[in-house]
Design a protein around this ligand. Structure first.
Ligand code: NAG
Ligand code: NAG
Ligand code: NAG
Ligand code: NAG
Length: 385
């Protein structure tokens, strides 16, 4: 007994008391570490559901502030700057999209994912991204229409108002897709030039289909009345231009100048960058064309402010990606949050799931700012598709 009690007393003294004393410290350190990790650690595992991290840019001026998934400051919508009169052009969105035969044939249950209540195969995922792309445009710019350029051999249908599928002959195989995309853009612009007898009453915005248009972009054409085409840039030495957003003024001159510009990019691509990774060739060619005409380009890309320049006879407007092509930086890059005047969010790489989840969130809350909090907090994650 005595021995037993003695053991218990010693046990109490050496084990329990230190534990009680140090436990709070132990917890706070591991808490601190997990907090710090969630900031610094590069998210590695691809997730099949939305994971929220900290919101970057909290406390900074002109950045979205979030409490949980609630936005606590107002977005600066461009709608207040718009002066819409009857003579105005509408804006059409143009994207290239194709469904591959191979992905359509192979339907294995392992390829299936669940988003919200829907279970989706690979093909269904691609279609969902395309549909969501159109949905966001119809919310943010209800008078716009969408034109989907595609392989005549690719058969899919989309059932949305003001949305048309336009087949353009070409080689849309995976390895050629970025090259083909420029060719399809050029053919499309040529077809608009040939139709000059029709009233040219549309400006065009060529985008990737994994973007969400979250504000009304018509103001660009008013605010900067002189440009023929507009590109988005960022302060990135190797890839300063993103090809996922190109705006073209719908005047005969704008269309012609944009076409000539893209033809130059195409020549550059074909002659120098065919060996580049199939995803990057067009961006490298774009950057190369710009730098060859504009020696000050690199210096001007440092500051996220719009500027214009004459490139081979075309007036080119450079718009900051931070607003017109926003995507959270991957890995440990500097990240100052989301500007309040963000217009376009780009779900690059493994973020397509987030695009669909964001739409579902918006669909149930009808609140764009709150949805942007969701994107801000989860956008650095890699998802399963
Ligand atoms: C969106 O929600 C925020 C609060 O999170 C609120 O302040 C804002 O007014 C809401 N906006 C709309 C359009 O309902
Ligand atoms: C809107 O545009 C019309 C014609 O372009 C112009 O007469 C009018 O003053 C403008 N209104 C505002 C508020 O800028
Ligand atoms: C898809 O398959 C059809 C015939 O089944 C073929 O004619 C077409 O070229 C294929 N398309 C692509 C993009 O491979
Ligand atoms: C949500 O989706 C349903 C069905 O697709 C649609 O009828 C409804 O208008 C959507 N709500 C919003 C806010 O987009």
């Amino acid at each position: 007994m005595g021995i037993g009690r003695g053991w218990r007393t010693r046990h109490l003294f050496f084990v329990v008391i230190p534990l009680v004393l140090f436990l709070p410290l132990f917890f706070s350190v591991s808490q601190l570490r997990s907090d710090r990790e969630s900031v610094a650690r590069k998210p590695s595992k691809k997730s099949d559901h939305v994971i929220l991290g900290p919101a970057a840019g909290q406390g900074l001026p002109n950045r979205l502030q979030c409490q949980g998934l609630k936005a606590i400051n107002e977005l600066h919508s461009s709608r207040s700057d718009l002066n819409v009169s009857n003579g105005d052009y509408a804006v059409s969105f143009v994207t290239v999209f194709t469904i591959y035969n191979a992905s359509r044939g192979r339907v294995s249950p392992a390829d299936s994912v669940t988003v919200g209540k829907a279970s989706m195969s690979k093909t269904e995922r691609s279609m969902a991204v395309l549909n969501t792309f159109v949905d966001f445009i119809q919310v943010s710019m209800p008078t716009s229409n969408v034109i989907i350029l595609t392989d005549p051999a690719s058969s899919f249908s989309i059932n949305k108002r003001s949305t048309t599928v336009l087949p353009i002959q070409g080689d849309y195989s995976r390895g050629q897709l970025m090259l083909q995309r420029i060719k399809s853009y050029i053919s499309f612009l040529e077809s608009r030039l040939d139709n000059q007898f029709e009233k040219l009453k549309h400006h065009y915005i060529f985008t990737d289909s994994d973007v969400a248009v979250v504000d009304d972009l018509r103001h660009i054409f008013q605010k900067y009345p002189k440009f023929h085409l507009a590109l988005t840039f960022r302060n990135n030495k190797d890839q300063p231009l993103n090809s996922g957003f190109i705006a073209v003024r719908g005047t005969p001159e704008g269309i012609l100048k944009a076409k000539i510009f893209l033809q130059e990019v195409l020549v550059e691509y074909s002659s120098k960058y065919m060996k580049a990774s199939r995803m990057l060739g067009d961006q490298l060619a774009l950057a190369s064309v710009i730098k060859s005409h504009l020696t000050s380009a690199t210096r001007r890309f440092v500051k996220a402010e719009a500027f214009s320049s004459e490139i081979n006879g075309a007036s080119v407007l450079f718009l900051p990606c931070a607003i017109y092509n926003w995507t959270p930086p991957e890995g440990a890059g500097q990240f100052h949050g989301m500007p309040l005047d963000v217009q376009v969010v780009h779900f690059k790489g493994s973020r397509k799931r987030l695009m669909l989840e964001s739409w579902n969130f918006f669909n149930s809350t009808s609140n764009m700012s709150d949805m942007l909090c969701l994107i801000l907090k989860s956008g650095r994650r890699k998802y399963d598709f």
